[in-house]
Write a protein that binds this ligand. Structure first.
Ligand code: CAA
Ligand code: NAI
Length: 697
């Protein structure tokens, strides 16, 4: 939709209103509109100055991110801001909502800024892999000091209205009529000599100790600067505000911006921004589907997951009952929750008062009947289908009609639980990720008969819990764990063919994951997978042998690695190496040196292949949904955009070709390119072509 900037004159003051739903992003027509409004105000002798405001909930949310991939259309935002600074009449920004990125930069082009109570000011560009490209890194330091500007720009976190005034980003917080106050400010400024624009005055840069304070702040960011190119650029650009005249510093900032914008890492981060928002749109959901209110929740099971899930509700201020089969298990679960909150208090991230409030919201209970009054029940008992079916049958009778009944199962069939409940339309999966109070992903599993209302309720509550919901379909392991199982199988296979656990883990940490599969397995406990394999009648020779040897991971001090005396990082263990070599021999596999490239490809590409099958089956609606699952559920490195975006960046033809090679080499037919992957590769397309189709549909 085209943006507009309306112009009117009231009491001799021009008011330009930026109106570009939903968030007044600065697309080309908005930039032109601001420029035209300024020209009109300057040309009209009856006008003494101009107020710039935003319509709706935002002042201006920043540059229009959708324009980044396209050829630039004039005027550039930087030019508009320079024209504003050259104005002979006072300009005042009236900021009632978010002024982010280019929006804040635009406001910095004015002579004064007033904020309403709901204003938020920030430079979030860093999160998109770029830096503010229209003077933000140069004008903010002059206004509030480089030592304060730098952390603000490098974190991307906004400040609220009160803080904006404290910092000196805004002149005043107006509780009442913001536009009237802005007009008053125009009148006051018009009555005296016009204040110098920010560019004309070095401001806080010349304060005593400013340089030293800045260098100290820069030092604190050294580690991030080494890993994230945009952070290094931000530091240098802020430093330029001390060392270069404004025009040269602006040019240097612009050069950084262009280089970063065109870097694949920023493209990936922008993809994530849009994929996350796209995932919120549930395909096939009728427009009139409304979420039911959830005043009370119940969680069944106070184990690893149940406790974390209950904490999410308490953290969001929603009363929750945590239900166990006996008092002892309940007490254990409650103790664990109390301990986690105590750590937060000790670290200073939670106040004593908030801790007490949260604990008071979690009520323990024994026996399923305690769930009868809940509006939403989340089952997180042992991973056994018969047990879960029994529980859903009871829930179906004891809960109120319309209560949403969810299972946190990792793998099991939600349709079977739905059938057992006798109320299939109320049943779905809400699959949290461990630790449930930390990880942001929530796979919401739509079963065959799940009603639009139940689905809307689950998505709505996910947002209230500050989770990132992704709606998926029923299959073994849903999206995340189903893809993960392909990686797990290859990791084990690579050990048998000659790689060491450390080599496999290194390939993934070099790729950008925080941990490799074996370090992760040691942390989570090898018995989890062992139990699942036993239940399914499958085997993983190395993993099974480790479990049989009592090597269950960190908790037993030994797993794929050794953890002498409670060490948290493992050391390679000769016993494990010998065990793997015996397993290779028993399978008749000739061990060889395997390159890191092969290890990486064999861990990542089979997941992408499974992702293609998942898309083909409609288990995930869009490739971006799969990316969001991996980013928020498994810490996929954001600057690689998720597995499907990564596949597009590598090129599907190459991914398909490597998969064929590995299929032939290992005789593993599951590595053959999935039909969808093969087709897109042959057509020279990427998964993004499917995203475009889904959006158009
Ligand atoms: N450009 C284009 N579209 C944008 C946008 C932007 N800067 N910011 C938000 N949108 C779109 C979203 O994609 C979404 O679209 P759909 O409804 O089609 O999905 C819609 O606006 C609403 O966004 P949210 O769902 O996020 O709504 P919200 O109320 O939760 O949050 C917001 C609003 C706080 C503004 C949030 O969207 C946000 O943080 N946006 C990003 C702001 C940003 O990063 N700005 C910097 C841009 S870069 C820049 O400015 C560079 C420079 O120096 C020139
Ligand atoms: P857990 O073994 O730590 O906890 C399960 C709890 O359920 C136990 O405390 C047990 O006493 C209780 N319980 C058993 N029957 C019950 C009943 N009838 N009523 C009330 N409580 C009952 O198991 P965990 O790890 O918390 O897993 C729970 C579920 O969450 C499983 O379905 C699992 O697959 C799933 N899950 C587990 C993840 C993990 O990383 N551990 C991640 C995501 C999902």
């Amino acid at each position: 939709m085209a943006g507009t900037v309306s112009y009117r004159v009231e009491d001799g003051i021009a008011v330009a209103t930026i109106d570009h739903a939903p968030v007044n992003a600065l697309s080309a027509d908005v930039r032109q509109g601001v420029q035209a409004a300024l020209a009109r105000a300057l040309a009209d002798d009856a006008v003494i100055g101009l107020v710039l405001e935003g319509a709706g909930r935002a002042f201006v949310a920043g540059a229009d991110i959708t324009e980044f991939g396209r050829p630039p259309v004039p005027p550039a935002l930087g030019e508009v801001i320079l024209a504003m600074q050259a104005s002979s009449k006072p300009l005042v920004a009236a900021i009632q909502g978010v002024a982010f990125g280019g929006g804040l930069e635009l406001a910095l082009g004015c002579h004064a800024r007033l904020v309403g109570p709901r204003a938020q000011l920030g430079l979030p560009e860093v999160k998109l892999g770029i830096l503010p490209g229209a003077g933000g890194t140069l004008r903010t330091p002059r206004l509030i000091g480089a030592d304060r500007a730098l952390p603000m720009i490098a974190s991307g976190e906004p400040v609220d209205a009160r803080r904006a005034v404290e910092l000196g980003l805004a002149a005043a917080l107006i509780e009442g009529d913001l536009l009237a106050a802005a007009k008053d400010t125009v009148r006051q400024l018009a009555a005296g000599p016009l204040p110098a624009p920010i560019d004309a005055d070095r401001g806080r840069l010349d304060a005593p100790g400013a340089r030293e304070a800045f260098e100290k702040a820069a030092e604190a960011l050294a580690r991030r600067a080494a890993e994230e190119p945009q952070v290094a650029a931000i530091i240098q650009s802020v430093r330029n505000s001390f060392d270069l005249p404004m025009p040269a510093a602006l040019q240097a900032e612009r050069d950084f911006f262009v280089a970063l914008r065109d870097d694949p890492r920023s493209k990936a981060l922008r993809h994530v921004f849009f994929a996350e928002r796209e995932a919120a749109r549930i395909p096939g959901q009728p427009k009139d589907a409304r979420a039911r209110p959830v005043a009370r929740a119940a969680v069944l099971g106070a184990g690893t997951m149940g406790g974390g899930i209950a904490m999410n509700f308490a953290n969001a201020g929603i009363p929750v009952r945590m239900i166990e089969t006996d008092a002892e298990a309940l007490a254990r679960g409650q103790k664990r929750i109390a301990e986690i909150y105590a750590v937060s208090v000790k670290r200073g991230s939670l106040t004593e008062e908030a801790r007490a409030q949260r604990l008071a919201l979690i009520e323990g209970a024994v026996g399923l009947e305690a769930a009868s009054e809940a509006d939403l029940v989340i089952e997180a008992v042992f991973e056994e289908l018969e047990l879960k079916k029994e529980i859903f049958a009871k829930l179906g009778t004891i809960t109120k009609p319309g209560t949403v009944l969810a299972s946190n199962t990792s793998y099991l069939d939600i349709d079977a639980m739905a059938a057992a409940s006798g109320r299939a339309d109320d049943v779905l999966g809400m699959h949290f990720f461990s630790p449930a109070n930390v990880m942001k992903l929530l796979e919401i599993v739509r079963a065959e008969k799940t009603s639009p209302t139940a689905l809307a309720t689950a998505v709505d509550i996910a947002r209230k819990l500050k989770k990132v919901p992704v709606v998926v379909g029923v299959c073994y392991g849903f999206v995340g764990n189903r893809m993960l199982s392909r990686r797990t199988a290859q990791a084990e296979r690579l050990l048998l063919e000659g790689a060491s656990p450390a080599e496999v883990d290194k390939a993934l940490t070099d790729f950008g994951f925080r941990m490799g599969p074996f370090a992760m397995a040691d942390l989570a406990g090898l018995d989890i997978g062992w139990r699942i394999r036993k239940a399914n009648g499958t085997r993983a020779v190395v993993a099974d042998a480790l479990c049989e040897a009592g090597r269950l991971g960190q908790k037993t001090g030994r797993g794929y690695y050794a953890y002498p005396e409670g060490a948290r990082t493992g050391q390679p263990d000769a016993e494990v190496q010998a065990l793997i070599e015996r397993a290779s021999a028993a399978q008749g596999i000739a061990r060889r040196q395997i390159s890191q490239q092969e290890i990486t490809e064999r861990l990542i590409y089979p997941m992408i292949n499974e992702g293609a099958r998942i898309l083909e089956e409609g288990i995930a609606a869009r490739p971006g949904d799969i990316d969001v699952v991996w980013l928020y559920g498994y810490n996929w490195p954001a600057w690689k955009g998720g597995p499907m975006h990564h596949a597009d960046a590598v090129g599907l033809a190459k991914v398909a070709e490597r998969l064929s090679v590995y299929a032939a080499q290992t005789g593993d037919a599951t590595l053959q390119p999935a039909p969808l992957l093969a087709r897109l590769a042959a057509e020279g397309q990427g998964f993004s072509a499917l995203a475009a189709q889904a959006k158009a549909a």
